[in-house]
Design a protein. Structure first.
Length: 597
């Protein structure tokens, strides 16, 4: 009964086609139909697609647009399966049960049926309907057979070309509907025909470095997967063979052989407009004086890069430190002290190799176009005073050789304000030190004089005003010197000490005579006479300041008294007494006439 319906539908379609369209009829071109024109058996290929080729039969040599639709496909003992339609222009993996306005030519057009979700080795039957406007509707009974497992991804054909910067852009279309949202990727070693092992891997955090042979949890977004494959140091003109495996839940769902070819590239030669740079800069003053001229913001050096022939483009240009470096603290640290601007664009990683994709290469700051030049500005930061020396070379991903070496010397000096401050500080320190030494010596000299005077305090004669004056001067001088640890004592201290020393010299004579009188063996009247002479000599010291002349006279009189006392106390006493008696007698004789009259 079902077969009869198909035959009737086909016959009706032919009649309608014959009545409404004399140019031709839509028929199956491949595979050849052996049972009936309306029954077709298709085999699902390894990529999950079955291919049905349709064309217009008859005299029509043009093209016509056709709407196609699929019914669910059934199999004995299996649930209904969804089979999708694809066209050559449709995005891979975009399967659907309806396909409208597909253009079919007289020479033939291929219609793709996605059967990746079918159970292997089971025949599924469904219907394909084709509508040409409102004129005719054709039906075909389609039998699909998937002989084995279908790869979840389609493998690229032929060798894949590696970019000049080592990057690739290999697309793997999805050929099966996967429930998973991520997939794990694993690469086998890549070997050249000369048994050379190539560095091929997935880009990590730093592109071009630390390539990984496996990548986990790659998101499945869109109809195809483009993993970030990178290569390093492949030999130009050689082809490296390996395999890429797709793993979901520890099961390999696809495995693609890959051939990567590194083409022979025309290499440019980088040149610089200068081979040495020397600059002297001045450090700024700290805030708020940093507005004074000579700030470190002017510390920058510039040079220009160009390709020697001006005919070739160079990509992925990188600066490389060449040889030894020097700085005030040891070796020069580029990451700390150096920043680059390329063509007025900040390039913080210019000292690190960072390949870029072919699509972004034209816009990359590291690309030197043919016939152009690249302005490289080096800015210095966090510098201390001293000399910084290092050498740079510039290399390109597709450059023949590094550029000539550029020797760079940066002399950093302190601001002139620091010199002024240093001179002022030196003058201040010199003044403080010299003044301190002078004052220290003066205080030391005064302390020595006080110490010497304190050796003889004349405590036995404390009732004498001169001794009391001596004690007061010594105490006050000691307190004044101890209190003033830096400044010199006032000049009056020396004046009072001089007077105290004069008093001390007089008191020495006085104390010596007093001790000699106590020890002398003579009558008390003799001693009293000497004491009277001593008191008479001491009477020269009055309330006024004791000057040197008075001191010398007192000391001289004391010396005379001490000499007579030491020689023979009685002789000077009786001599002096005789003189006084003669004087009294003379006075009496002079007075006697006056008394008689």
């Amino acid at each position: 009964m079902k077969l009869l319906n198909f035959l009737c539908s086909a016959l009706l379609g032919l009649l309608l086609a014959g009545g409404a369209r004399s140019e031709g009829v839509l028929v199956v071109d491949a595979p050849p139909t052996t049972q009936s024109p309306t029954k077709v058996t298709l085999k699902v290929a390894d990529d999950g697609l079955a291919r049905l080729r349709l064309k217009w039969s008859g005299a029509n040599d043009g093209k016509e647009r056709v709407d196609f639709s699929l019914s669910p496909f059934k199999a004995s003992g299996q649930p209904d399966a969804a089979v999708g339609l694809e066209s050559g222009a449709a995005a891979p993996g975009a399967a659907r049960t309806r396909l409208q306005q597909m253009e079919v030519s007289a020479q033939g057009t291929e219609l793709l049926l996605s059967g990746a979700s079918l159970t292997a080795d089971v025949s599924y039957v469904g219907e394909l309907a084709a509508t040409v406007g409102q004129r005719q509707t054709l039906l075909w009974e389609i039998t699909l057979l998937r002989p084995g497992a279908v790869s979840a991804f389609r493998c690229p054909a032929g060798a894949q070309i590696v970019g000049a910067d080592g990057s690739t852009a290999i697309a793997f279309p999805r050929s099966a509907l996967l429930d998973a949202t991520t997939v794990d990727l694993r690469l086998s070693p890549f070997i050249s025909p000369d048994k050379e092992l190539g560095q091929v891997g997935f880009a990590g955090a730093e592109p071009g470095r630390g390539l990984q042979s496996a990548l986990a949890n790659v998101a499945l977004q869109g109809p195809q997967l483009v993993p970030a494959l990178r290569t390093v140091g492949l030999t130009e003109g050689s082809t490296y063979s390996g395999r890429l495996s797709f793993i979901i839940a520890a099961r390999t769902v696809a495995e693609c052989p890959l051939e990567l070819t590194m083409p022979k590239l025309a290499k440019g030669e980088l040149m610089t407009d200068i081979t040495s740079l020397t600059r002297t800069v001045t450090l700024p003053l700290p805030p708020p004086f940093d507005g004074i001229s000579g700030s470190l913001g002017e510390a920058s050096l510039s040079l220009r890069l160009f390709e020697k022939s001006r005919l070739r483009r160079i990509d992925g240009i990188t600066a490389v430190i060449d040889g030894t470096t020097a700085s005030p603290n040891g070796s020069f640290e580029p990451s700390r002290h150096l920043a680059f601007r390329i063509n007025d664009t900040e390039t913080p990683d210019f000292l690190q190799f960072a390949p870029v994709s072919a699509q972004a290469q034209a816009r990359a700051a590291r690309t030197l176009e043919a016939g152009e030049q690249m302005n490289v500005e080096m800015r210095f930061k966090q510098l201390g005073a001293g000399a910084y020396t290092f050498a740079l070379r510039f290399v390109g991903a597709n450059g023949a050789t590094p550029s000539p070496k550029v020797d760079i010397t940066l002399n950093v000096r302190h601001h002139w304000g620091w010199a002024v401050v240093a001179v002022m500080l030196a003058l201040l320190v010199s003044f403080v030190v010299s003044k301190g030494i002078v004052n220290w010596r003066e205080r030391l000299r005064i302390r020595r004089r006080v110490w010497q005077l304190k050796q003889e305090r004349f405590d036995r004669h404390i009732d004498i005003p001169a001794v009391a004056f001596l004690h007061v001067v010594l105490e006050q001088t000691t307190q004044l010197v101890d209190r003033s640890w830096f400044l010199a004592p006032p000049p009056s201290v020396n004046d009072f000490l001089a007077r105290a020393e004069r008093v001390a010299s007089v008191m020495r004579r006085y104390s010596a005579i007093d001790a000699a009188l106590d020890a002398a063996v003579c009558a008390n009247s003799v001693k009293d006479h000497y004491r009277e002479e001593v008191v008479r000599a001491m009477g020269r010291i009055g309330p006024q300041p004791l000057d040197q002349a008075t001191t010398d006279k007192v000391v001289e009189d004391m010396g005379v008294i001490a000499a007579h006392l030491a020689d023979n106390p009685g002789v000077w006493y009786w001599t002096h007494l005789t003189i006084e008696a003669k004087g009294l007698a003379k006075l009496a004789r002079n007075i006697e006439p006056l008394l008689r009259g």
